[in-house]
Design a protein around this ligand. Structure first.
Ligand code: COA
Length: 156
């Protein structure tokens, strides 16, 4: 299947939000997506198949105590990633992650990237491990339904 990965634009947001509603229990108001697009748009990507947006990744940049380096660090924080069910296992999630990580490192000069993932979300954990992320710690009851999260991080 042929797909392209490109930066998201404002006109994509309703489609992106719709994908998020279909695929993940974590949802956000429109303004939250728009803020990320305006502030960190170079790390916000969509994947398209036949001119149809089928996946996205959204991230932000934070300055804080590093999860790996243990000093003040510019960190990329991946907030949300999803691919529509019919388009999975074709490399799209990985391509979105690689584009986002490249931008966080080379455009935003982040030296670490991290994310949270449900401990039960095997597909996502496998994808992140394949990209070199390591489980750093467990965040107890991180999700509203009480499930724990792994915090996973990778040095850039
Ligand atoms: N089981 C095991 N490994 C999996 C997997 C699965 N269901 N899905 C992905 N992987 C791993 C494999 O190593 C895979 O490589 P391979 O296909 O050559 O074996 C690698 O990740 C890359 O997979 P890819 O095809 O790029 O991923 P995808 O396009 O299917 O997207 C998600 C992966 C996680 C984005 C997708 O499953 C999804 O949208 N899930 C729902 C939303 C979600 O959970 N987001 C993450 C929240 S933290």
């Amino acid at each position: 299947m042929k797909y392209i990965v490109r930066n998201a634009k404002e006109g994509d947001l309703l489609t992106i939000i719709n994908i998020n509603l279909q695929t993940l229990p974590e949802h956000y108001p429109y303004e939250f997506w728009l803020e990320h697009l305006r502030k960190w748009g170079k790390a916000f990507f969509v994947a398209e198949v036949d001119n149809l947006v089928v996946g996205y990744v959204m991230a932000r940049v934070e300055l804080g105590f590093g999860h790996l380096s243990k000093r003040l660090t510019r960190m990329g924080h991946i907030i949300s990633i999803a691919v529509l069910p019919n388009y999975r296992r074709k490399g799209i999630g990985k391509a979105l992650m690689l584009a986002c990580i490249d931008s966080l490192k080379n455009h935003y000069k982040a030296s670490e990237v991290y994310l949270e993932v449900r401990v039960s979300n095997e597909p996502a954990i496998k994808l992140y491990e394949a990209l070199g992320f390591k489980k750093v710690k467990i965040l107890e009851s991180y999700y509203l339904d009480g499930e724990n999260a792994y915090l996973m991080a990778k040095k850039l």
